[in-house]
Write a protein that binds this ligand. Sequence first.
Ligand SMILES: *Cc1c(COP(=O)(O)O)cnc(C)c1O
Length: 397
Amino acid sequence: MLQPVLHTHLMQTHSRLPLRITRGEGAYLYDEDQRPYLDFASGVAVTALGHCHPALVEAAQEQLHTLWHCGNGVVNPLQESLAERLASLTFADQVFFCSSGLEAVEAAIKLVRKYHYDRGAPERTDIITLERGFHGRSMACISAGGNAIAREGFGPLLEGFETVSPNDLSALKAAITPKTAAILLEPVQAEGGVHLLDIDYLKAVRELATQHGILLCFDEVQCGYGRTAQLFRYQQIDVVPDLLTCAKGIGSGFPLAALLATAEIASAFTPGTHGSTYGGNPLAMRIGHAVLDVMLAEGFFKRVEAVSAYALEQLRWLQQTYPHYITDIRGAGLLIGVELNGPTGIAGRIVQEAAHQGLLITRAAGGRVLRLVPPLIITRKEVDEALAILTTVLKEL
Ligand SMILES: *Cc1c(COP(=O)(O)O)cnc(C)c1O
C-alpha cells in the first residue's frame, strides 16, 4: 500500500501520492525511474490535450522567444484575438482573462454586484449557489460553495451567499429576494461528485432568473472547454447563461482562466474597477489559441464523444460485474463519476491501489465517488488499459 508523503517543507494542503513525477507525454506521466502512469486525473481535469501536446509545445516555444509579458497597460493583440474567438464561439461579447479558476469566479461575483449597482439597484448583492457546489478556495469562493472542510476555521465568511439544494426549483424560488443579484452554479457539479444537473431544472432556472432580473452565471471551470464533448456544457443543453467562468482545460496545463459575459453586463467593469497583473499575458494567450486550434479541428469533439461512449459502456459492464462495489456510473463526455458502495475510505483505497498499478484517478471531494477525467485525446486502447487496472483493483479489494 502506498503511504502519503510526510517529510517535506511544503505546506500540507494536498494529500499526495508518493509518486515522483518528472515527465509527461500524451496520456501518460512518468516518474523518476521512467515508470509510466496512465493519467485519468489530468491534474484535476486540466491537461485536456494530454501532456506536451506537440502543437502546444511548438506554440509555447515560439512565444517563449517572442514575448511573455507586457502587462495590461498596452494592447496585446493575442489577447484581443483570443477574446474575439471566444466571443464568436459563445453567447458572450467580452472576456476577462486571468490565471486560475477562482479568479474567474471572483471576477464574476464582483461583476454581477457592480452591474446591479450601476443600474441603480445597489441592494442586489446576494448570490444563490447550490449545495455540493465548488467554486474555488478564495474567501469569496469558499463562501459561495464548497464542503464543510473547505470552510471550517476560515470564518468569518463573506456575506451575501445563500445555498440551496440542487435540482429543487421550489427551494430556489423560495431563496429569491429583492436582494438577489445572481445565481451561480456548475451545470455539472464536478468536485461535488460528478452530478449532472437536470436539464429541465436548468431551463427553469434560466426562466426564473430572466423573470426576476437576476443574472445567471455558469461555473464551467471544470465541465467546460471540451470536457463534456462540446466546447461548453451550456451549448450541449441549450441553456444560455449571462456569465460563464472557464479555466482548467482552457490552457491544458498552462495557468489560464476567463470570465465571459454579455456586453451589457461586462460594461460594469471600467478601468480601475478590476484587473489582473498576469491575466492574459502573451504566453498564456498563445497557448490558449493553440488549445482552441486543436479542439476546433474537424471531428475533435466527435472523437471525444465516441471514446466517452465507449468508456461509459465499459464502466457499466464493470458495474455489472461488481454491483456490490459500484452503485452508479454517470457522466458527460470525459467527466465521469463512479459511485461506490462500501466502507468509508473505499474511494481513497481504490485511488491508491490504482496508482500503485499504474493508473491515476481522483476522488471527488468527501464522498464515495471516483472521478475519471482523462485527457480528451485518449484512445480506446487507453480506456481498455484503465479498465483492466480498475478490474484488478476491484478484484483484489
Ligand atoms: C477547480 C474549480 C475551480 C477553482 O479553480 P482554481 O484554478 O483551482 O482556482 C472553480 N470552479 C470549479 C467548478 C472548479 O472545478
